[in-house]
Design a protein around this ligand. Structure first.
Ligand SMILES: CC(C)(COP(=O)(O)OP(=O)(O)OC[C@H]1O[C@@H](n2cnc3c(N)ncnc32)[C@H](O)[C@@H]1OP(=O)(O)O)[C@@H](O)C(=O)NCCC(=O)NCCS
Length: 135
């Protein structure tokens, strides 16, 4: 089973995951740079191993959650972890009354994950973003 929970940013295995995903930012930098409106969630298995993460911003002004980085460990893709992370964020956005969730797409391959985000109900806004309007 996969569990989603907030991270502080200083988890040692977060940095390993970021490097594996080609996002070589130090986890400590992420911890220091986290603003109150940022969110950082981790997906763990039953043994506490981090299998995925999502980072983004909650904007009460724009009434949306924006997911800047969504990353699943390369050895654990296509097992529903990305979907579980996104569903968690969608539920969080609903819970605080936000009207939409924006997903930043990979800048070099914006259409590559279209099956992933369209299955979740997201539509492409432009070459860099997809959006889910919450009913
Ligand atoms: C995109 C990403 C987060 C998906 O995570 P995941 O845990 O593998 O996704 P899921 O297992 O929840 O996938 C759900 C469905 O989305 C679709 N999907 C996911 N990845 C896909 C891919 N690479 N190609 C085509 N369809 C894909 C499939 O329909 C899949 O269902 P299926 O496995 O039953 O066919 C992961 O591939 C990743 O970390 N990529 C690198 C980082 C990245 O590009 N992030 C930006 C995402 S927009």
């Amino acid at each position: 089973m996969v569990t989603i929970e907030p991270l502080t940013g200083s988890e040692p295995d977060l940095y390993d995951l970021l490097v594996l995903g080609g996002l070589p930012k130090r986890a400590e930098d992420l911890a220091q740079g986290l603003a109150p409106r940022d969110f950082l969630y981790g997906a763990h298995d039953d043994d506490g191993v981090m299998l995925g993460m999502a980072f983004g911003l909650k904007s009460d002004y724009f009434h949306h959650h924006t997911v800047n980085n969504l990353l699943v460990h390369p050895d654990h893709r296509r097992a529903g972890i990305g979907t579980t992370l996104m569903n968690y964020i969608i539920e969080e956005a609903r819970r605080v009354g936000h009207g939409e969730v924006i997903l930043d797409l990979h800048p070099a391959r914006p259409a590559e994950h279209r099956p992933f985000y369209s299955t979740l109900g997201f539509e492409m806004v432009d070459s860099s973003r997809a959006r889910l309007v919450l009913g």
